[in-house]
Design a binder for this molecule. Structure first.
Ligand SMILES: Nc1ncnc2c1ncn2[C@@H]1O[C@H](COP(=O)(O)OP(=O)(O)OP(=O)(O)O)[C@@H](O)[C@H]1O
Length: 361
C-alpha cells in the first residue's frame, strides 16, 4: 500500500508547494515550526481544501482539485492521532477502542483486535478510564483506537510532543513495533530528529513550505546538504548495528559497518538488530588508529565529502560499507590534518556520548 500527495496552497504570506510518496512503514514529515507540516496533514485529513493538488492511497483518491474530487473526512478511512490523546473520559479503554471501529462501521475479527491490543501492550488497561492512565498509555490507546477503525493510512501528528522524556522512552518501542508490523503507510509529523532517527523508514524534510530533501531515513540524516534544514547542532547519522554482548562492566557491545561499538547498558536481547544515532558533534577524527585514549569506540571509514557551512565548521561525511557517519569538526582542524575526499579516517566516539534514546530497535 502506498500513499502519494501533491499540494499547492497559499495562506497569507505563506505558500506551500510539496509533493512526496509515503510507502509502507513510517514516513516522517520533518520540519521546524512554521514549515507547513500541519497544513499538509490538514489537507490529507480533509480539514483544509488546498488550492491545487491531489492525495491518493493506492488507487483511491482522497482529493484531486483538477478532477473536482473531494472525499469528506468520514469517507477517507484515515486514523488520526494528535499530540493529546483526546480519549473519551467517560468511557473505559475498551469502550474507547470499540468506538473507533463503530464510528467507521468497521468490525475487525477478534484475532485482529487482539493483535492490535497486544502490539500496543494495552491488554491490562482495558477496564480503566483515561483519568487513570499515564500520558504514554493514553497515546497507546489513542493509536489502538485509530487502528481498530481499520484505516488505510495512519496520521500521527507529533504524538510524543506532550510527553516527558521517560514517557517518550516508554512508548517508542511500541511505535517501532507498529512500524514493522503495520501493513499501511504511517505519516508521522515530528520536529525531533531523535524520534525520526528511531522510527522513520522514509523522511521528508520541509523547509519554508517546500520539500528540502526526501528519501530513505539513513540517507537523508547523513546528507550534509540536508543539515541546514535538519539543524546543525542536532545533525547525526544513523548506523545499523547488531547487539552481540552485554559485558560485566555495564557496557553493551554492538557490531557496525565500521567496527565494534561499546555503549552503556543497552536494554535489549543479544542478536537484535538496532539503529544507533551518532551525533556529528560527538565524533573526533584521527588519521591513525589512536592509542592511549579514553574513548572506546574507533570506527574506520573513508571520507566521501566535506561541506563547509557559513561558520567555522565543516561537516565531514565518512563512508563505511554502504552506510555513513557524519563528523562536525572545525575548518581549522580539517586544514591542519590536510583532509581530502578518499582519505582513510578513524572516527572516535565516546561511549557515553550516545544517549539511550538514540539506540533503538
Ligand atoms: N489560517 C492561516 N492564515 C495565514 N497563515 C497561516 C494560517 N495558518 C497557518 N499559517 C502560516 O502558514 C505557515 C505554515 O503553518 P503550519 O501550521 O502548516 O506549520 P507547521 O510546520 O505545522 O508548524 P508547527 O510545527 O509550529 O505546528 C506558518 O508560517 C503559519 O504562520
Amino acid at each position: 500500500m502506498s500513499f502519494s500527495v501533491s499540494i499547492r496552497h497559499r495562506m497569507g504570506g505563506f505558500s506551500l508547494d510539496v509533493a512526496f510518496d509515503a510507502p509502507k512503514g513510517v514516513t516522517a514529515l520533518f520540519g521546524r515550526s512554521g514549515t507547513g507540516k500541519t497544513t499538509v496533514v490538514n489537507a490529507v485529513a480533509g480539514l483544509l481544501k488546498p488550492d491545487a493538488g491531489y492525495a491518493r492511497i493506492d488507487d483511491v483518491t482522497l482529493f484531486d482539485q483538477a478532477a473536482g474530487i473531494w472525499l469528506p473526512v468520514h469517507k477517507r478511512r484515515l486514523g488520526y492521532v494528535f499530540q493529546d490523546a483526546r480519549l473519551f473520559p467517560h468511557m473505559t479503554v475498551e469502550e474507547n477502542l470499540a468506538y473507533g471501529a463503530k464510528a467507521q462501521r468497521r468490525d475487525m475479527s477478534k484475532a485482529q483486535k487482539d493483535r492490535v491490543i497486544d502490539l500496543l501492550g494495552i491488554g491490562d488497561l482495558l477496564a480503566r478510564r483515561p483519568a487513570r492512565l499515564s500520558g504514554g498509555e493514553k497515546q497507546r490507546v489513542a493509536i489502538g483506537r485509530a487502528l481498530l477503525a481499520d484505516p488505510k493510512l495512519l496520521l500521527l501528528d507529533e504524538p510524543l510532543a506532550a510527553l516527558d522524556e521517560a514517557r517518550k522512552a516508554e512508548i517508542l518501542p511500541f511505535l517501532e513495533r507498529l512500524r514493522d508490523d503495520a501493513q499501511i503507510p504511517i505519516l508521522y509529523v515530528s520536529h525531533s530528529i531523535a524520534e525520526v532517527a528511531r522510527l522513520a523508514t522514509t523522511v521528508v524534510v520541509l523547509e519554508g513550505g517546500r520539500v528540502a530533501r526526501a528519501g530513505a531515513m539513513a540517507d537523508v540524516l547523513s546528507d550534509p546538504d540536508a543539515v541546514s534544514a535538519l539543524g546543525v547542532r542536532d545533525a547525526g547519522a544513523v548506523l545499523a548495528a547488531k547487539l552481540v554482548a552485554h559485558h560485566a562492566d555495564g557496557l553493551s557491545e554492538l557490531t557496525t559497518c565500521g567496527g565494534a561499538l561499546l555503549l552503556p547498558g543497552v536494554q535489549a536481547e543479544i542478536g537484535i538488530h538496532m539503529r544507533v544515532r551518532i551525533r556529528a558533534q560527538d565524533v573526533i577524527l584521527s588519521r591513525s588508529a589512536p592509542q592511549g585514549l579514553s574513548a572506546l569506540n574507533v570506527l574506520k571509514g573513508k571520507i566521501v565529502s566535506m561541506r563547509q557551512g557559513a561558520g567555522p565548521g565543516v561537516m565531514v561525511r565518512i563512508a563505511c560499507a554502504d552506510e555513513h557517519i557524519l563528523a562536525r569538526i572545525t575548518r581549522r582542524s580539517a586544514v591542519a590534518m590536510g583532509l581530502q575526499n578518499g582519505d582513510e579516517i578513524f572516527a572516535i566516539i565516546k561511549s557515553v556520548s550516545v544517549a539511550q534514546g538514540d539506540v533503538g530497535g
